[in-house]
Design a protein around this ligand. Structure first.
Ligand SMILES: Nc1ncnc2c1ncn2[C@@H]1O[C@H](COP(=O)(O)OP(=O)(O)O)[C@@H](O)[C@H]1O
Ligand SMILES: [Mg+2]
Length: 361
């Protein structure tokens, strides 16, 4: 019998998507192909502490379990020692949001010289920053909502034109979205149509980031596409978010109240539109140098059916009812096979990188 691959499943983390991550970890743990893999759970608590394997297992089995014995990780040897890990063959981070999705954990795996599932440092960092994602997408010919970015030093200067709603409206129109450049789960995202709300929206968004995007509102149908793989990625069909009238895809609608926003898979759209959404998703995936996994979110604009990129998620929600796995299930790849393929893609990238020279050959 061949030896099973030892998988370090990392979940939790100190972001607004903590609970989703626990649910994703719980589902992966239950579904993973146990003939091929042994899972070693590693739970990062909401305040950034690491739990050891026994405690991590408890939360995977019972997502409301509270950690009793957390460890503050201060350096790499401390991480390995404190989490009491056996030899891990590959890490599977399912930590959404900051530190998990922005290249930080990925950098740690690189330093540890271990393979890992999902995007590498560059793609994770770039796709976490909505402005850099837009710049790269635009360069690849993909439409994005017109925007300006406001840095904190500009926000601190009360005479800056970017804080003046009328001036900004001359460029972008009166109907605007304001959001932190690096965030997720719609936290700090606000829709505004007047000066007073614009100011409040900037104040809210700057609680979460040092850079805030102000975008023209795109009215239309929100669509999402899942992409999997390295050099020859597979693109799923298209799913649709149906928001109740007058609301957008807010934190509450995503996680707390499923009566206001619904997922529809596949989206009810003409074949040529679906084709365009899928080809855009692939272009964006390649432009941002993603590997392994990403979910590409766009809006199909009312009127002209232009497919406008919203954002790229390097670690999309991965519970068994999340959009990413559901899209692949619809394409004939089951949740269990999807997990296996993601692990294989991470291993493949690592094996390839090993062949590159790092010093004069
Ligand atoms: N320019 C925009 N026009 C219309 N709706 C938007 C725009 N930007 C964001 N939204 C709405 O806000 C939601 C969250 O914004 P998004 O950029 O996806 O950030 P997050 O990373 O928090 O999901 C989107 O799903 C959409 O409903
Ligand atoms: Mg989003």
């Amino acid at each position: 019998m061949t030896k099973k691959t030892q998988v370090g499943l990392i979940f939790g983390g100190n972001s607004s998507e903590y609970r989703v991550s626990i649910m994703s970890g719980h589902n992966i743990y239950k579904a993973i192909d146990k003939d091929k893999f042994t899972v070693h759970p590693i739970w990062i608590t909401n305040d950034g502490y690491f739990a050891d394997e026994d405690e991590s297992l408890k939360v995977l089995k019972n997502p409301s379990y509270q950690v009793k014995n957390p460890h503050k990780v201060t350096n790499i040897s401390n991480l390995i020692e404190l989490t009491n890990l056996p030899e891990i063959d590959i890490f599977f981070p399912i930590v959404h949001g900051n530190l998990g999705e922005d290249g930080s954990l990925q950098g740690l795996f690189r330093v540890l010289n271990k393979p890992f599932v999902g995007d590498d440092v560059l793609a994770a960092a770039v796709t976490m920053d909505k402005e850099f994602t837009k710049i790269l997408a635009q360069r690849a010919g993909i439409p994005v909502a017109d925007w300006i970015s406001v840095k904190r030093y500009e926000y601190n200067d009360k005479n800056n034109d970017k804080l003046n709603y009328n001036k900004v409206s001359q460029k972008l129109g009166k109907d605007l979205f304001v959001k932190p450049s690096n965030q997720g789960s719609s936290v700090g995202v606000n829709h505004v149509t007047n000066a007073e709300d614009y100011k409040a929206a900037l104040d809210d968004a700057f609680k979460y980031d040092d850079k805030v995007l102000v975008e023209k509102t795109i009215h239309g149908t929100e669509v999402e596409t899942a992409v999997l793989g390295n050099d020859k990625p597979i693109v799923s069909g298209v799913g649709q978010i149906i928001n109740a009238k007058g609301t957008f895809y807010t934190y509450k609608n995503k996680y707390e109240d499923n009566s206001t926003s619904k997922l529809q898979i596949p989206a009810d759209l003409p074949a040529d539109v679906v084709k365009k959404v899928r080809s855009n998703a692939l272009k964006v995936y390649q432009a941002t140098e993603c590997s392994g996994i990403a979910r590409v979110d766009s809006t199909l604009q009312d009127g002209d059916n232009k497919v406008v990129l919203t954002e790229v998620n390097a670690l999309p929600g991965f519970t068994n009812i999340s959009m990413y796995p559901k899209l692949f299930e619809q394409a004939g790849i089951s949740y269990i096979d999807l997990i296996t393929r993601l692990i294989e893609a991470g291993q493949e990238r690592f094996d390839h990188k090993k062949t590159l020279l790092h010093k004069l050959g």
